[in-house]
Design a binder for this molecule. Structure first.
Ligand code: NAD
Ligand code: IPM
Ligand code: MN
Length: 368
């Protein structure tokens, strides 16, 4: 039987820097755990634009549809800010999400004990935190029509449309309820049903799916603005949060700071199961290309490494190996390994991206 296949798309900015550490870890699993993958690497975002004039070529898109999992670093950067909207680096990522139909974006926010002191919130508010944000990823205001910028009289108007169908809400709600059953059995759904019709439909459909299919799971509803406040006031009240594309984008960056740094947050974007029962899947850190630190060896590779751990769990049925990798990360943090984003200016000298990779590989070796 052939090895499972992975398409790596490092992208732009710190994307290639953090992905280089993931590649070392993939090699480690091949050598030390006999877990071999067929890995191929290609371009996305600005890197693809520079070569092909588009942020994702049709060939790369086709490969993404064929492989067992896609790993992506990050896209975007100031060099590309003035490009036409249709070829901006971010459009490459949005095309992957849409065409692979990756409607369920899992963004876990876990606070490692070793970092509880470093969060911008008080230690007792974040220590032991373990929440999962399920962000709808293929619809809503990111994709709704009509959209665009046009002239009305003598001024310009910018338009985006928030649009959700019942079935789009139902499928992401199901994925949140399924996850909750394997965790704390609680779902909090966030929208703004007080001001948006799409929010009213969201609340109705989530309630219906709950009553008919998941009555055993505890469900609550919250307006998303209150949700943002509650996330920083008392985040441990949550288990699974399910929300739309835009609210999920904002709330997950907010949740990132509960864990200490945006450089810590992984994500999995999952579609419907294939014939073999596995979902189409793309794994990527929540952070972007971080132009302010690109090329300086400062990037924290942990978000990208933990995204590969999610791939082991959700695409390759290797839950134990995923846990091994997560424990290795936990161990190096407990031992004091810190990239610059995980320390204050007075806290000593940070280690580099590659050094963080080194110590995680050592911790993996020690786990054998
Ligand atoms: P960003 O996430 O790139 O950076 C925000 C801040 O967090 C910066 O100060 C950065 O240095 C820091 N940071 C992010 N990741 C880090 C890491 N791994 N280690 C240490 N520090 C880290 O967000 P931004 O500055 O708003 O956006 C920059 C570019 O990235 C834009 O072009 C944006 O569109 C793009 N972007 C891409 C993605 C993605 O590829 N999924 C996500 C968000 C933003
Ligand atoms: C993210 C990013 C993306 C989004 C951009 C780069 C398209 O912010 O993955 O969180 O807005 O979804
Ligand atoms: Mn974002």
């Amino acid at each position: 039987m052939s090895n499972p296949s992975i398409l790596i798309l490092p992208g732009d900015g710190i994307g290639p820097e953090v992905m280089a550490q993931v590649t070392r870890i993939i090699d480690w699993f091949g050598e030390k755990r006999d877990l071999k993958f067929d890995v191929e690497t290609d371009l996305v975002g600005g890197a693809a634009y520079d070569k092909h004039g588009v942020p994702l070529s049709d060939e790369t898109m086709a490969r993404a549809m064929e492989v067992d999992a896609v790993l992506l670093g990050a896209v975007g950067g100031p060099k590309y800010d003035d490009l036409d909207f249709s070829v901006k680096p971010e459009r490459g990522l949005l095309r992957l999400r849409k065409e692979m139909d990756l409607f369920s974006n899992l963004r876990p926010a876990q606070c490692f004990d070793a970092l509880a002191d470093f969060s911008s919130l008080k230690k007792d508010i974040v220590s032991g935190l373990d929440i999962m944000i399920v962000r709808e990823l293929t619809s809503g205001v990111y994709f709704g029509e009509p959209r665009g910028i046009h002239k009305e009289g003598n001024e310009r108007v910018g338009i985006n449309t928030q649009r959700y169908t019942e079935s789009e809400i139902a499928r992401v709600a199901r994925s949140a309820f399924e996850l909750a059953r394997k965790r704390g059995n609680k779902v909090c759904s966030m929208e703004k049903a007080n001001v948006m019709e799409s929010g009213i439909l969201w609340r109705d459909v989530v309630t219906e799916i709950h009553e008919t299919e998941y009555p055993d799971v505890e469900l609550s509803h919250m307006y998303a603005d209150n949700g943002a406040m509650q996330l920083v006031r008392a985040p441990k009240q949550f288990d699974v949060i399910v929300t739309d594309n835009l609210f999920g984008d904002v709330l997950s960056d907010c949740a990132a700071m509960l864990t200490g740094s945006l450089g810590m947050l992984p994500s999995a974007s999952l579609g419907l199961p294939n014939a073999d029962g596995r979902p189409k899947a793309l794994y990527e850190p929540v952070h972007g290309s971080a132009p302010d630190i690109t090329g300086q060896g400062k990037a924290n590779p942990i978000a990208c490494i933990l995204s590969f751990a999610m791939a082991l769990r959700y695409s390759f049925d290797q839950g134990d190996e995923a846990t091994r990798l997560e424990k290795a990360v936990e161990k190096v943090l407990a031992d004091g390994a810190r990239t610059a984003d995980l320390m204050g200016p007075e806290d000593g000298t940070p280690i580099s991206t590659t050094q963080m990779g080194d110590v995680i590989l050592e911790a993996l070796d020690a786990s054998l």
